[in-house]
Design a protein around this ligand. Sequence first.
Ligand code: ZN
Length: 389
Amino acid sequence: MLKTPTNPDSWALIYSNRFERFSFGEEHPFNILRYRLTYELLCELGLLDSPGVRVVECPLAPESALTGFHAAGYVATLKEFSLDQTPRANFRYGLGDMENPVFPGVFDWALLGCGGSMEAARLVAEDGVRVAFNMAGGYHHAHAARASGFSYLNDAVVAIQDLVRRGLRVAYVDIDAHHGDGVQEAFYTTDQVLTISLHESGEDFFPHTGFPHELGEGVGYGYSVNLPFRSHSDDLIFEQGFSRVVRPMLKAFRPDILVTQMGVDTLRTDPLTRLEMTTGTIEYAAREFLATGIPWVCLGGGGYDKINVARSWALLWSTIIGIEVPDLLPPGFVSIIRQMGCADRHLRDRPHCAQPNDFARAQELLEKNLAILERRLFPLHAIVPGDCR
Ligand SMILES: [Zn+2]
């Protein structure tokens, strides 16, 4: 149980100007500018001035916090490479290739991600904050001894381990387009942490894991949950999957704290994925998480169109703090992005449905995967299929 009662009107956004000191490189799809753009849009919408909202500086994680998950040799190598002026690589550790470049200060960059998520967890677990959002977190692909998918250190795992040490039961829900493989791996054999990942099917898509039969091991069996979507799945597919799996599992597990990874590479205009969701999915998921009433540690994640990231996370934050925002972007933000050559004017996406053939195929896979979960997972938690109120 949490020590401090949760204050329903207290929200924290974790941010730092230090994010801008780092760069994955000009050609890399992960553009760190995404965080400043999100922050600027939140300011332009007046979403950081509301009573109860705090902006908290993102701290560096202490290195001692990493050892519960990450291998000492991997951490030492990442730190050593980070300080070296000449380019270094170690492919066994996934470091120094096109995907996970070793850029100056990469170790501090990764420590900021972990520090922000740990701070968000502390604010919720200790200070009674209702929701804390670490936008520069959610690096869910980092493995114990290997960088992967633009993730060097797994902030979600480190923060969840911190919560577990406080005696809390944690549910982790990951709605990024990619499977949350690093987080699943960390908690695959425990029943103290429930991990749920909704993502584009790994059949022919990175990281090629996250199938419904991956249910955990030992006492952890039934506490790893995966619902893959076929490419071209849209908002309606997502909402069905969410309401039929995430909703009943959270109700059955009854966590003390919810940790979510809010990747927005599910949007149909994302350049790296093939899902067809809109910002409506992000608002829907935020409403669902709030409706559980569970104190919430909210983390960022993927999203490779930087304007999509800013728009989606502004809508996420407005939903969290309960402030209505218009469908169009504020003029101040339009002029900021116009200077970058972006002509976007919409804050919210227009509703979008997949083509009928694509939708039918997506619905078919959804039903097939739901049937597996209903047969193998739901009886372990005494969940009656269809009872998703
Ligand atoms: Zn992703």
